[in-house]
Design a protein around this ligand. Structure first.
Ligand code: NDP
Ligand code: HSE
Length: 441
């Protein structure tokens, strides 16, 4: 059988990694897919740069700067969008679909924001949009959620799903690097987004979590409802105090089914140092999924970088090749559930989320200050799990000291109300730093 022909749009970290892996393993991939898979055309903004990167392989492809020409080429069966973002990438993906081409993409921003439109267009045209690489790089988490766990009523997902921020936190903690140096390292290794604020501010993780939540719970993509908080305001002292209390701080994406709705949130999170998730370091990702039948499962691997991501892109190319001739009605639905069976379960606002909390505040080291704070917490029905008061001499030379409180699970709005009262005390000389604790799992 003739090889299936792929048109590649974009030739950066992931595009070039995909080209390399497909070329290197082409014989085995052919044996798996049942026919060859060849990238025959590449379109880029700057062909001279791509030509240099292609080296001797340049003679095997038609390289140019006209993206539409690649999409419109009747010989091209699959369009691999490896550009990123929600601008030109959206236009090109929709154009490819309208021309009856299958699409493979690693673009989580595009799917989290425009997924509903893109999947609807793909259904109309009877084509596939495959996106394994969009979540957790090389970890086949989409396949696991959509197919492997399909028997389960999924209860929750908690994951380290951004390699850049996990790398930064690891480098700061293990090697004492400052934030900017650690970020530069992640950028040099090809982990970061074109705009790294997407990584640092938790937006990239929220894109991925939105996709997983939709697949897990059969709800539409609702990126705009996600609570998103990154690591830019995280203080080194909180990493240190958390360690003293037996926790690690990770940027975690959490989505959970509750009686009142779906939690969908990304924020720096304390997790017990004993949990497997706590030992996930560098650009590694890990996703913990809890299903009613299977219990807890954990997926671990490289979450970013050229070849780990290419591993997922090529797997999608093989999937699409295998299913190319199948009746569209018999393919796995894009979001696991049949499109007409999506639920309207609400996504909970962060105020209505239940969690444990880490609270740090600076106080004047005077009699009664702790009693005042604990009384306010008790009045709000908040139960204390642990309390740490540093010796004043270890913290400052003006008689002030730090108090760190760990609470049991409670409603976010109750904690916020208590914090407002605590900050109004004359003996409390700082704002209260609040971090959430993930005690489930
Ligand atoms: P890169 O920046 O390395 O490459 C992007 C490619 O697209 C480059 O060829 C770039 O051209 C081109 N490009 C960018 N903007 C435009 C534009 N406006 N018009 C035309 N061409 C453009 O990105 P990555 O390879 O890292 O990322 C690609 C996609 O994969 C993104 O959606 C990203 O989120 C996703 N992803 C990335 C991972 C990673 O580890 N890097 C992991 C998983 C997913 P030029 O070289 O001229 O800038
Ligand atoms: N910027 C992303 C990360 C790439 O750091 O995880 C992988 O999606």
């Amino acid at each position: 059988m003739e090889p299936i022909k792929v048109g590649l749009l974009g030739f950066g970290t992931v595009g070039s990694g995909t080209f390399t892996v497909l070329r290197r393993n082409q014989e085995e991939i052919k044996r798996r897919a049942g026919r060859g898979i060849e990238i025959t055309r590449i379109a880029v903004r700057n062909p001279a740069k791509a030509l240099a990167a292609l080296g001797e392989a340049a003679s095997t492809v038609q390289l140019g700067s006209d993206f539409n020409a690649v999409i419109d080429d009747p010989a091209i069966d699959i369009v691999a969008e490896m550009i990123g973002g929600t601008g030109i990438a959206r236009e090109l993906v929709l154009r490819a679909i309208s021309k009856g081409k299958h699409v493979v993409t690693a673009n989580k921003a595009l799917l989290a924001v425009h997924g509903t439109e893109i999947f609807a267009a793909a259904r109309t045209q009877g084509v596939m949009v495959a996106f394994e690489a969009a979540v957790a790089g090389g970890i086949p988490i989409i396949k696991a959620l959509r197919e492997g766990l399909t028997a389960n009523r999924i209860q929750s997902i908690a994951g380290i799903i951004n390699g850049t921020t996990n790398y930064i936190l690891s480098e700061m903690r293990e090697r004492g690097l400052d934030f900017a140096t650690a970020l530069a390292g992640a950028q040099a290794l090809g982990y970061a987004e074109a705009d790294p604020t997407f990584d640092i501010e938790g937006v990239d993780a929220a894109h991925k979590l939105t996709i997983m939540s939709a697949i897990a719970f059969g709800i539409p993509m609702q990126f705009d409802r996600a609570y998103v908080e990154g690591i830019s305001k995280l203080a080194a002292i909180d990493i240190k105090y958390a360690e003293d209390l037996g926790y690690r701080i990770k940027l975690l994406g959490i989505t959970r089914r509750t009686e009142r709705g779906i939690e969908l949130r990304v924020h720096p999170t304390l997790i017990s140092a004993k949990r497997l998730l706590a030992s996930v370091e560098g650009a590694m990702n890990a996703v913990e999924v809890h299903g009613d039948a299977v219990g807890t499962t954990l997926y671990y691997g490289k979450g970013a970088g050229a070849e780990p991501t290419a591993s997922a892109v090529v797997a999608d190319l093989v999937d699409v090749t295998r299913l190319h001739t199948a009746d569209p009605g018999h393919r796995v639905p894009h979001l696991a559930f049949q499109p007409q069976s999506l639920a309207d379960t609400p996504v909970l606002p962060i105020d209505d989320v239940t969690s444990g909390y880490y609270l740090r505040l600076r106080v004047a080291d005077v009699t009664g200050v702790l009693a005042d704070i604990t009384r306010i917490l008790a009045d709000a029905g908040i139960s204390i799990d642990a309390l740490l008061q540093k010796e004043a001499e270890q913290v400052a030379d003006n008689g002030e000291t730090d108090v760190v409180i760990i609470t049991h699970d409670t409603l976010e709005k109750n904690v916020n109300a208590a914090i407002a009262r605590i900050e109004a005390l004359s003996t409390v000389v700082s704002n209260v730093t609040k971090l959430r604790i993930e005690a489930h799992g």
